[in-house]
Design a protein around this ligand. Structure first.
Ligand code: SF4
Length: 170
């Protein structure tokens, strides 16, 4: 999968591990992003951030799809845009909850777990999406234990580790 990480986010979660994405990065035209994307043969492109929906995505998504890419978007779900993608992963945050229009379109609900309270929060989102995952915050041992206990008792949820951190790639 190729990742397109967009700058900026409308939230400031305590556990955010991509704070650099609030400001860092360089301004690029959609055509320049497409040129970069061409260097990587993967069919799937993941558009993430930050929060990607704070920027208009229709041109980027439309041109990537026209080139034959499959598009996954990772979002906190607080901003609606009528963009069509192949997989929409909504990660609700307590700081500001997702809007219903995004939950209705969600394929995946992903909850970052830093405490038992996050698991109670997760259960509020079982009705949305077809795939449900809990992700231990920063792969912490305690959070991983909480998630493992949770998925053992809630088989509709799966464990999602941050694999890139486990194998030390960015
Ligand atoms: S929504 Fe995501 S990118 Fe934005 S502050 Fe929270 S964890 Fe970080």
């Amino acid at each position: 999968m190729v990742f397109v990480r967009l700058t900026g986010c409308n939230l400031r979660c305590d556990f955010c591990d991509t704070k650099y994405a609030f400001e860092a990065g360089e301004e690029m035209m959609v055509g320049e992003i497409l040129s970069e994307r061409e260097k990587y043969p993967s069919k799937w492109v993941c558009i993430t951030g930050g929060e990607p929906f704070i920027q208009p995505l229709d041109e980027l998504v439309g041109r990537l799809k026209a080139d034959g890419s499959l598009i996954q978007i990772e979002t906190n779900g607080t901003i609606f845009q009528p963009v069509t993608c192949d997989w929409l992963a909504v990660s609700p945050k307590k700081e500001r909850r997702p809007v219903e229009a995004m939950l209705e379109r969600a394929d995946e609900i992903k909850i970052v777990v830093d405490s038992k309270a996050a698991l109670d929060f997760a259960e509020e989102y079982e009705a949305w999406g077809t795939c449900h995952s809990v992700q231990p915050e920063n792969n912490h041992e305690e959070a991983t234990k909480l998630c493992l206990d949770f998925v053992a008792k809630h088989p509709q949820w799966r464990l999602s580790m941050q694999l890139h951190k486990l194998i030390n790639i960015r």
